[in-house]
Design a protein around this ligand. Structure first.
Ligand SMILES: [Zn+2]
Length: 307
């Protein structure tokens, strides 16, 4: 991945006007339209405001409307710098670290952190080819590993407040992951249907939840983890387990603990990091290209836990 250095960042965005200009160019690539004139018009920036005025009729335009910056009094340069920091660290950065780096209050840092992570929500299409499906448990204090009964039913680890995350990854491709309320392994099949193209080859462990995949039109291979078998030819779930490591290390190393209400947003962040790990464009560019999009609580199949 091309490195986007802090020097280049400061050259590209030296001040507020440069940041606003970048947003205007993204919101109005063909020029600023005036809603009164009903056409693209030259506009002049209003001094000291994040607004423009139509040169013809004087109608004001607010390019930040509907973006994550809309109601913020924090300088755009700080927002851009926060995006830069979140994009240029491999495992992410916490709201606490943002507070220190930006010199803002924790409350402001937390809000920016949450808003920027909305830009990390992915809109990917279904997976196909060879797809590994698995679930894991995140959060809370673990009191032991998930155990497997002889019939292959996976027991939830004994824990105070662990939350199940279901995931699917296309080998060599993208990952999808969703936090699931409770420990309903039965939600595995709807997730598979939602995220995986019919006629794909699906690899899972021997958990009961996955026993009907063949009937649903998938080629299904299972690896017998309870018998301590982890790889049999191409039958394994090591790709998705690689993603689980990224997710868990990221949460443990950067954020320490994650409340149930926000788990899906953290999952989204690491899905984003995984899916863009091989991009040639810097992650900051990807985030920047998304910063004007307006999102209204778009999540996966399941409602985010606790929201
Ligand atoms: Zn006008």
């Amino acid at each position: 991945m091309e490195r986007y250095t802090i020097t280049r960042f400061n050259e590209d965005f030296p001040d507020e006007d440069a940041c606003l200009q970048a947003i205007v160019e993204m919101v109005y690539p063909a020029g600023i339209p005036c809603r009164k004139c009903q056409r693209v018009r030259p506009h002049a920036k209003l001094t000291g405001r994040k607004a423009y005025s139509c040169a013809h009729c004087g109608t004001h335009v607010y390019p930040l409307a509907g973006t994550i910056f809309e109601k913020s009094t924090t300088p755009l340069k700080s927002w851009f710098y926060a995006m830069y920091l979140m994009a240029s660290t491999r495992c992410g950065i916490s709201a606490k670290q943002l507070e220190r780096e930006l010199g803002v209050t924790y409350k402001t840092a937390w809000r920016m952190f949450t808003q920027i992570r909305k830009l990390m929500e992915e809109d990917g299409g279904p997976l196909s080819g060879e797809v590994e499906v698995d679930e894991t448990y995140v959060g809370g204090k673990p009191r032991g590993q998930a155990s497997m009964s002889p019939s292959g039913r996976k027991y939830r680890p004994v824990s105070d407040n662990k939350i199940m995350v279901m995931g699917a990854v296309e080998r060599g491709g993208q990952v999808r992951a969703t936090a699931v309320l409770g420990s309903h392994v039965g939600k595995a099949l709807p997730l598979v249907d939602m995220h995986i193209m019919p006629a794909s080859t699906v690899f899972t462990d021997e958990a009961m939840a996955y026993r009907n995949l063949k009937r649903r039109g998938y080629t299904h291979h299972r690896i017998n983890h309870s018998a301590k078998v982890y790889v049999r030819g191409n039958v394994h779930t090591q790709t998705i387990e690689g993603f689980w490591s990224l997710l868990k290390n990221g949460i443990r190393g950067t954020h320490h603990a994650v409340g149930a209400a926000y788990l899906q947003t953290y999952v989204n962040e690491y899905v984003f990091r995984y899916n863009h790990r091989k991009d040639t464009a810097p992650m900051f560019e990807t985030l920047k290209a998304r910063m004007t999009r307006v999102r209204h609580g778009r999540y996966g199949v399941y409602a985010p836990v606790g929201e």
